[in-house]
Design a protein around this ligand. Structure first.
Ligand SMILES: Nc1ncnc2c1ncn2[C@@H]1O[C@H](COP(=O)(O)OP(=O)(O)OP(=O)(O)O)[C@@H](O)[C@H]1O
Ligand SMILES: [Mg+2]
Length: 292
């Protein structure tokens, strides 16, 4: 669907599985239990949510997943990847409607308008699009600006307005769950403390992503160089140099996944000749970034 046709607050809409291959899910290196748990939580809601809501309403799932963690740890990529992976897993029983919400499009300076935007989004726009698939998933990136903690709303916004907008989010979620049980909301945040407690308490899963440890950093670096072979085949030697990768992994303590993926470019941008020919990068160019 063309972005200009989408209702306010919806950034994108698609029905999955799609033909083109997107490897968001596989591109993120995290402990396998995290991916299993994310996929398991989503599938539980998608497959059993409707039945549970009608036959055992007291046990109904909320269908809400929160991915929390520092910047650059793969939250947004995993959230998007989860929709692809879950839709793929369920492809034989129907399509999945997937939409991404732009949480920043909703707050308004006008009194009461933020609340009205949230109501319109969750009462009208989301259900309308969600019904276009057998299953539905909604991604809300940076959800802290959507479900602002009502106790600590910042001073530059009208606290009453924030309060009402967050109330509207909670009401909207509850209505969505009642009307379209089994719909899964996948949300991300760098600031779990800024999210309203009542929102967090509705989460079926809060998955905490940490900065990568040394073996994970080594794997991310290996994958990065391996991916780049498609563009610069001469990098194959570096990608296979486990000793170098191990050294780099040890020296990048505290780095996030985003910075690690950028390392070859940081090395190649050190001088204009290297920038013209990244395929010629050597082990020492990578070491130089870390002053090794
Ligand atoms: N664990 C990881 N394994 C491999 N790549 C990673 C990992 N973490 C992050 N990346 C890479 O870093 C980039 C940024 O990832 P992403 O945008 O998903 O992070 P984020 O946690 O949403 O960050 P932010 O909090 O700043 O929004 C992507 O290119 C992604 O592939
Ligand atoms: Mg993100």
């Amino acid at each position: 669907m063309d972005a200009s046709d989408l209702p306010r607050g919806i950034r994108s809409f698609t029905t999955l599985p799609a033909h083109e291959h997107e490897d968001y899910w596989d591109s993120i290196v995290v402990p396998p239990q995290i991916k299993d748990r994310l996929l398991g939580t989503a599938l539980l809601s998608m497959v059993h949510g409707r039945k549970l809501a009608s036959a055992a309403p007291a046990c109904a799932l909320n269908g809400l997943v929160v991915l929390a963690g520092p910047p650059g740890t793969g939250k947004s990529t995993l959230a998007r990847g989860l929709t692809r992976t879950a839709a793929h897993a369920l492809r034989d029983s129907g399509s999945t409607a997937v939409m991404e919400i732009d949480a920043h499009a909703l707050p308004s300076e006008m009194l009461g308008e933020s609340q009205r935007n949230v109501v319109r989004l969750l009462r009208d726009a989301v259900p309308e699009l969600a019904r276009r698939g057998r299953y539905a998933m909604v991604v809300i990136d940076e959800v802290e600006s959507f479900a602002v903690d009502r106790r600590t709303a910042s001073f530059d916004t009208n606290p009453v307005d924030v309060q009402r907008a967050t109330d509207a989010v909670l009401e909207g979620l509850d209505r969505l769950r009642a009307e379209l049980p089994g719909t899964v909301l996948v949300t991300t945040t760098n600031f779990p403390d800024a999210i309203d407690e009542a929102f967090l308490s509705r989460a079926d899963l809060v998955a905490e992503l940490a900065l990568p440890d040394a073996p994970t950093r080594q794997e991310i670096l290996r994958r990065t160089l391996t991916d780049l072979i498609a563009v610069w085949p001469d990098l194959a030697g570096l990608a296979a140099d486990e000793k170098l990768l191990g050294e780099l992994a040890l020296a990048t303590e505290g780095w996030d996944g985003r910075a690690l993926r950028r390392l070859p470019f940081t090395a190649a941008s050190a001088d204009p000749i290297a920038a013209r020919h990244p395929g010629r990068l050597g082990a020492d160019d990578l070491r130089a970034v870390l002053k090794l």
